[in-house]
Design a protein around this ligand. Structure first.
Ligand code: UDP
Length: 333
């Protein structure tokens, strides 16, 4: 297949482009480089464009005639979404609308999108299955849930086929060192912990040690980005074979939960270095525990996480953090 990947120059997008290429598919990246990096778009053609620019997007779809589209081009920082909700609604909802209309105009029928565990808000029960109530507690989660509803509407109205992949905590980097995480600012736990080990980050804090968990710190489900990437490939291949009008939301997690304290310990073990840290206040909106029941993705996509062992996640992120490629990308940013 030929697949257009919006946001293919970003973290999960770039790993997915590599996985698509390795599975024998042709890739076209469509990215405005607002948060992505040209150097991460290494597979297939690159088109510099904005998803909100419907004319450019339609021209790109007409020129390349992809069989499907994988959509990553969204803002994803919870705190920023609370401070500036309009930015998130404009890009994540408006951008998805632009994509759906462009697909409708050009006859592209299959779409896989990145969604998030943030659609569940503050769940009472874990592990979470897809039928847990969707009840987001911040604009980021709201925009992703609304995106899923838009897909369902377009499926009903026009026979679009879609899969929304609800990621838990994406982490790690490409095992070959071709791509990895380059966020500015970096808000995620594992890269921040590693940056604290090297001294790149001076003030690393465990955000809350009074949660109702065994060691008092939050528990999350960390899933290797290359495993996430593979799920997108499987999801798109499945849509290609399925009758039109199908829609599905699937959790993507490893099914194992690790506390922030356990991550700190694992980072010290993998790097063989001390991780200077203090205990800070809770971050507003952090649920104590978020762990996926990933059985639906396993059954429906035949997807099994292969590299989501915690030490593998952390060591791949550690290799990426110290790689000349990451340094070169960030120095040009
Ligand atoms: N966290 C932390 N210190 C940091 C960054 C994150 O203790 O510097 C905690 C955060 O409160 C949460 C967990 O690590 O409990 C995972 O946070 P992250 O931002 O990586 O992902 P999220 O679960 O918010 O999607």
């Amino acid at each position: 297949m030929k697949i257009l990947v919006t946001g293919g120059a970003g973290y999960i997008g770039s790993h997915t482009c590599k996985a698509l290429a390795e599975a024998g598919h042709e890739v076209v990246v469509y990215d405005n480089l607002s948060t992505g990096f040209r150097a991460l778009a290494q597979w297939g053609d690159f088109v510099h464009g904005d998803i909100l620019d419907g004319e450019a997007l339609r021209a790109c779809l007409r020129r390349h005639k992809p069989e499907g589209l994988i959509h990553f081009a969204a803002f994803s920082q919870v705190g920023e979404s609370v401070a500036d909700p309009g930015k998130y609604i404009h890009n994540n909802v408006g951008g998805t609308l632009s994509i759906l209309e462009s697909m409708r105009d050009t006859g592209v029928r299959n779409i896989v999108v990145s969604s998030t565990a943030a659609v569940y808000g503050m769940p009472d029960i874990c592990p979470l299955t897809e039928d847990a109530p969707a009840s987001p507690i911040n604009p980021y989660g709201e925009t992703k849930l609304f995106m899923e509803w838009m897909l369902a509407d377009y499926a009903r109205a026009f026979g679009l086929s879609w899969t929304a992949l609800r990621y838990f905590n994406a982490a790690g980097a490409d095992p070959d060192g071709d791509c990895g995480e380059c966020h500015d600012p970096e808000t995620h736990l594992i890269p921040r912990a590693l940056m604290a080990v090297t001294g790149e980050l001076k003030d690393f804090r465990i955000l809350g040690k009074d949660y109702p968990t065994p060691d008092g710190t939050c528990i999350r489900d960390y899933i290797h980005v290359s495993d996430l990437a593979l799920a997108h490939v499987r999801a798109m291949e499945r849509l290609h074979e399925a009758p039109s009008g199908q829609g599905l939301s699937l959790n993507l997690g490893s099914g194992a939960g690790f506390s922030v304290q356990e991550i700190v310990n694992a980072v010290e073990k993998v790097t063989q270095r001390p991780l200077p840290h203090t205990i800070g206040e809770r971050r507003p909106g952090d649920p104590p525990v978020l762990v996926a029941d990933g059985s639906a993705a396993r059954n429906i996509l035949g997807w099994v996480p292969r590299t989501s062992d915690l030490d593998v996640i952390i060591s791949s992120a550690w290799n990426w953090l110290r790689s000349p490629k990451r340094a070169a990308i960030l120095s040009r940013a």
